[in-house]
Design a protein around this ligand. Structure first.
Ligand code: UT7
Length: 317
């Protein structure tokens, strides 16, 4: 049994802030942000928008693409660390918003920027075990709500958004998820974290990070998890058609390409338009390229996030 990707969707907030529209008090510039990160703009939620509204729009989009009606979904997994509430899960809010009344399981997975890959692995496991047939997998975050808007070293990097895919159980196919491996190393938990949380400060806190160390770790883990994926599937770089990595900094992607001597044309880059939307970067990028992916293509997804968490997935489209 394989999980075939049959739908893609995405949603961005209405408000877009370009680099040169950031507050002057931040003492930053379009030049610094563009050169050091590749980011040109970010979308941020306003009144009436939230992680669950974005996740719902992305889910609707993906279901439309897949031509599947909401009540035929039998699993909802959302990768997020910025849910609307401490509980219930964002996945339950999506279920309510989509009027899904069939009682299917709906839950969130917390792996920061790796949330989508973690959610995908969980949903794929459900499908392989025969516990789900049509799963909605969403990556959604609203980091604008947990940024210190006075800290130029972090607040310029992130934005809000949601992306979704629909997985369908299919037998006797060479398409679908071929390989999914997720990892974590909690000894790095304080390298990229928030200043608070429910059981400590009773508030979500704001993002803090050791930027340079996060950068190095991301390059190292993109390389090692990608190489492990190739070896495990008996593939070479030439067998891979597209790589959709987590979008944190275009220089991380350039370094990864340099180290492994990958054709840069194989790397999907959306950070200029979306910034770092945490768990949403990969499904938003997939949604952006959905019409040009083609069939029988080997697509690799790579993630890295707080925890540290990271992961690599091989999907045959
Ligand atoms: O999803 C995972 C989440 N996070 C990441 O992946 C982030 C990974 N790290 C990075 O992308 C990079 O380390 C950053 C973009 C965060 C920083 O880039 P950098 O090239 O490592 O710069 P830096 O931290 O070494 O700072 C260089 C200079 C400093 O000034 P001085 O000390 O050299 O005078 C900073 O104060 O740049 C300054 N700076 C800024 N200047 C203008 C830091 N942020 C800004 C800013 N505008 N926004």
């Amino acid at each position: 049994m394989r999980s075939v990707v049959v739908g893609f969707g995405g949603a961005l907030p209405q408000k877009c802030i370009k680099n040169d529209e950031l507050p002057e008090s931040l003492n930053t510039s379009d030049e610094w942000i563009s050169q050091r990160t590749g980011i040109k703009q970010r979308y941020v939620i306003s009144e009436g928008e939230s992680t669950s509204t974005l996740a719902t729009e992305a889910a609707k989009d993906a279901l439309r693409f897949a031509r599947i009606s909401p009540n035929d979904v039998d699993l909802i997994v959302v990768g997020t660390t910025t849910g609307d509430y401490t509980f219930p899960a964002t996945a339950c809010l999506v279920q309510k918003n989509l009027d899904i009344t069939n009682g299917c399981p709906a839950f969130d997975v917390s792996a920061a920027c790796s949330g989508f890959i973690y959610a995908l692995d969980v949903a794929d496991s459900f499908i392989r075990m025969g516990k789900a047939k049509q799963a909605l997998v969403i990556g959604a975050d609203s980091f604008s709500k947990i940024l210190d808007w006075n800290d130029r070293s972090s607040c310029v990097l992130f934005g809000d958004g949601a992306g979704a895919v629909v997985l369908k159980a299919e037998e006797n196919t060479d398409k679908g998820i071929q390989y999914c491996k997720i990892y974590a190393d909690g000894s790095y938990s304080d390298f990229l974290t928030t200043t608070g949380g429910v059981a400590t400060t009773q508030h979500a806190g704001v993002v803090t990070m050791r930027g340079r160390e996060v950068f190095k770790f991301a390059v190292e883990k993109f390389c090692s998890s990608f190489q492990e994926l190739l070896e495990s599937n008996d593939l070479t770089i030439d067998d891979v058609d597209l790589i959709v990595p987590h979008q944190a900094n275009v220089r991380i992607l350039n370094k990864f390409v340099d180290v492994l001597k990958i054709d840069p044309k194989k790397i999907v880059v959306t950070i200029d338009a979306h910034s770092n939307t945490s768990a949403a970067t990969i499904p938003l990028a997939l949604n952006k390229i959905k019409d040009s992916i083609g069939t029988n293509k080997n697509v690799v997804l790579l993630s890295m996030g707080a925890g540290f968490t990271w992961g690599a997935t091989l999907v045959r489209m």
